[in-house]
Write a protein that binds this ligand. Structure first.
Ligand code: DQA
Length: 145
């Protein structure tokens, strides 16, 4: 089964960007952890990152046509602002799990609200890179209970 992982804006700066919040691993290292975990679960992972809302929307819309069975997304700051990404998640067939490295509920108030979580199958936040690994396991259970 193919799984699409989408990293939103500024996640290309992982490792450099506020490491006390987001951890010391860079995006390639995070993707390699995701890929390893996916292999052990018999899933094939494809990781993409974009700083552009429209590109993220295009990837979500084309996921079913590209034969992805499920999607893990960290919409990053778009979590708190993007009605467009929310509408796309609501419109598409494959299940979507939202993840965050940090615990958005114990940070600044503007991060407490996720516009996207309610249209996802579930959300996982606060566990650093493990948020993605837990989401992979959740998706595996969801797709093949
Ligand atoms: C984030 C949390 C968001 O509030 C922030 O804008 C990010 C990263 C996280 O993974 O913790 O860019 O999604």
């Amino acid at each position: 089964m193919k799984i699409l992982i989408i990293h939103g804006p500024n996640l290309n700066l992982l490792g450099l960007r506020e490491p006390e919040i987001y951890g010391a691993m860079n995006l390639d290292e995070v993707n390699s952890e995701i890929c390893k975990k996916a292999e052990t679960a018999n899933l094939k992972s494809t990781c993409r990152q974009s700083n552009h809302e429209g590109e993220i929307i295009d990837w979500l819309q084309s996921a079913a046509g590209e034969n992805f069975s499920g999607i893990i997304i960290n919409p990053a700051a778009y979590t708190h602002t993007s009605i467009a990404i929310r509408d796309t998640i609501a419109a598409i067939k494959p299940p979507v799990i939202e993840v965050h490295l940090s615990n958005i509920s114990n940070r600044e108030e503007f991060r407490h609200k996720s516009l996207t979580a309610a249209v996802c199958s579930g959300s996982i936040c606060g566990f650093g890179v493990n948020s993605y690994l837990i989401a992979l396991e959740a998706l595996r259970l969801l797709l093949a209970p």
